[in-house]
Design a protein. Structure first.
Length: 276
């Protein structure tokens, strides 16, 4: 006959075995929970790395534009990129990107001329990477200083609306639109004078007309925000843009206009030097 002590041992062993049987599914479930949290964390880290690469891409673009290093600008765009700067029209693909920057904006000059200033500060970025990590949106502000020593100076500012795509493992611009807010002579400032948007180049025409007709200062245009309100979640609509934008106030249409178009390419001030 088994003693009470032995019965106690059997009972304890059974309890331990029962607890182990019960704990196995719980441990497995716990492991799955840890794995799920790790996977979510890895995804968040990957998206933040993507965001950092996108922001570096955009800032690098600004530095290349500063010094008119067009050969470094073109590779930043995807093979099917679409670009629209100010009112110059739409340029498409690698050839179009090169034409717009090196020929239309750069006037076939490589690098800065002696005495030329061309600062292009890309600021205030808001970027959002898609959950799949393949595309992203960006909204940036460009503050621009242009000048020729002892001849002229200009201020300009505008909004970049950008779409990005990961192509061959690298983030690139797939769509870039820059909406000029104002263009004004340095000596008079925006209180006294403002130029209108640039028109399309006759020598190097765009692949398509300007996609959006909008007013520069003293009018104003609000490009659609590519992101919802970060607190309320409310998306921006075209109706909102229409409500907050003017019509018919672009300086090129105004009686007191200083110019029919902004001289951002310095066509009248840039010395006629051969391409470098």
């Amino acid at each position: 006959m088994m003693s009470i002590k032995n019965w106690t041992r059997v009972g304890l062993a059974g309890a331990v075995m029962a607890a182990a049987i019960i704990a196995v599914p719980a441990l497995a479930q716990s492991d799955r929970g840890v794995e799920a949290r790790l996977a979510a964390l890895e995804k968040r880290v990957a998206l933040e790395e993507d965001r950092a690469q996108i922001e570096n891409l955009t800032r690098a673009y600004g530095y290349y534009i500063d010094k008119k290093v067009w050969s470094e600008v073109v590779p930043l765009f995807s093979k099917d990129a679409v670009v629209e700067i100010s009112g110059r029209g739409v340029y498409k693909g690698a050839k179009g990107v090169d034409t717009l920057f090196s020929k239309v904006i750069g006037r076939q000059h490589k690098g800065l001329a002696d005495g030329e200033l061309s600062n292009h500060m890309v600021l205030q970025g808001v970027t959002n990477v898609a959950p799949d990590g393949k595309t992203a949106t960006g909204r940036w502000r460009a503050f621009i200083q242009i000048g020729m020593w002892q001849k002229m100076g200009l201020w300009a500012e505008g909004t970049y609306d950008i779409r990005y795509v990961k192509e061959d493992g690298k983030w690139k611009f797939s769509l870039m639109r820059w909406y000029g807010t104002y263009f004004t002579p340095y000596d008079k400032g925006w209180a006294q004078a403002s130029f209108g948007n640039n028109g399309p180049s006759k020598e190097f025409p765009p692949d398509a007309p300007q996609s959006v007709q909008y007013d520069a200062y003293p009018g104003h245009y609000v490009p659609p925000y590519p992101y919802p309100n970060p607190v309320t979640g409310r998306p921006w609509t075209q109706a909102d843009t229409d409500r907050y934008s003017t019509r018919g106030m672009d300086p090129s249409n105004a009686a007191n206009s200083s110019s029919a178009g902004s001289p951002l390419s310095l066509e009248s001030q840039h010395p006629q030097q051969p391409p470098r």
